[in-house]
Design a protein around this ligand. Structure first.
Ligand SMILES: NC(=O)c1ccc[n+]([C@@H]2O[C@H](COP(=O)([O-])OP(=O)(O)OC[C@H]3O[C@@H](n4cnc5c(N)ncnc54)[C@H](OP(=O)(O)O)[C@@H]3O)[C@@H](O)[C@H]2O)c1
Length: 304
């Protein structure tokens, strides 16, 4: 039976991928987590190369999806050693073990490998990261390519989807400030929202469909290797995202646009990812943002 290992199944994207794979009756999957391991998952610290090798040798998967990472740009900026351990060295260890078993590896990367100055970016456009997170993910892409010829990088932009905590996604993390800005809130305070960087919020259940379709291709001997990209197609600043969230939450919010970059960590202006390579393969699904955000809020209501 076709067997998939999902590394990092407890995260925002990993949970959505596992949810999609659980619907494949004729597939087997094994999932790993770290601080949030559960009876359904194997506890695996991907910084431990020996433990990684033992896991892959024991499970012998046909395919491995790497959704574990350090994805917070500010953390990567302040702790580059952690960023390297998770985003580069661990990818190398997993891919090297997979190569020995002939397993296909899908490693998740980011639009932050680009500098955001000349969008849209094709899968073969020259990367040029602006921050430590982007560099670590680009080095992770290179580590994958150096370690196996059965590897595929899937670059993604800003993600949102079903959450367990508002802070899990840069989309939903705006909700507490939006609620605090409500004209009806006691001591209501306008929320300043970035109106400079263009983002393409992408729904994790849609990404999971992309991942499942890529796995299906590998299962039937048509493995996609190299680099592919997937992106939502609705450009938005965080100010626009906040406006849509406020509307979905029926909050009369006071949102002040900030038209210049305000982050301490340098971030790209517009990294629109061209998804043409996957679209040409008939892969992908895009749920409209407003529909997707309603689904997220229905599963995790704001009780402010
Ligand atoms: N979120 C975004 O907006 C975004 C945008 C573009 C690309 N991406 C990429 O998408 C991928 C998934 O991101 P995400 O948002 O789902 O991240 P996330 O929610 O922060 O999840 C991170 C995952 O990594 C695991 N992990 C952390 N340290 C670990 C360790 N030492 N050993 C093993 N596992 C460890 C976590 O496990 P525990 O929680 O159990 O510790 C969790 O499952 C990443 O490659 C990220 O770079 C994300």
């Amino acid at each position: 039976m076709f067997k998939v290992a999902v590394i990092g199944s407890s995260g925002l994207l990993g949970r959505a991928i596992v949810g999609e794979l659980a619907q494949q009756r004729d597939w087997q999957f094994v999932q790993t987590a770290f601080s949030r391991s559960s009876p359904q998952s194997v506890r695996l610290d991907i910084r431990d190369a020996q433990a990684v090798t033992q896991f892959v040798d024991r499970e012998c998967p046909d395919a491995i999806v790497i959704a574990a990472a350090e994805r917070r740009p500010d953390v990567c900026e302040h702790d580059p050693a952690l960023a390297r351990a998770l985003n580069v060295d661990a990818v190398r260890a997993i891919a090297s073990a997979a190569q020995r078993h002939g397993a296909w590896v899908l490693s998740i990367s980011t639009d932050y490998v680009f500098d955001g100055k000349q969008p849209p970016y094709r899968h073969d456009s020259a990367p040029s990261p602006l921050n430590a997170y982007g560099w670590s993910k680009l080095d992770g892409e290179r580590a994958l390519a150096e370690s196996t010829d059965l590897g595929c990088v899937l670059r993604l932009p800003l993600l949102f989807g079903p959450i367990t905590d508002w802070r899990e996604s840069a989309v939903t993390s705006l909700v507490p400030a939006i609620a605090a800005s409500a004209r009806t809130a006691p001591e209501a305070k306008a929320a300043v929202m970035d109106a400079w960087a263009i983002r393409y919020p992408t729904y994790t259940p849609d990404v999971s469909v992309v991942v499942r379709q890529l796995l299906e291709r590998h299962a039937r001997g048509e493995s996609v290797c190299g680099t592919v990209q997937w992106s939502g197609d609705e450009p938005m600043t965080k100010h626009e995202i906040a406006r849509r969230l406020a509307s979905a939450l029926q909050i009369d919010a006071q949102l002040t646009p900030q038209h210049t970059p305000a982050d301490a960590t340098p971030r790209p202006h517009d990294c629109h990812l061209d998804s043409a390579r996957l679209e040409a393969l008939g892969i992908g699904r895009r749920t409209p943002f407003d529909t997707a955000i309603q689904e997220v809020l229905a599963q995790f209501p704001w009780r402010g």
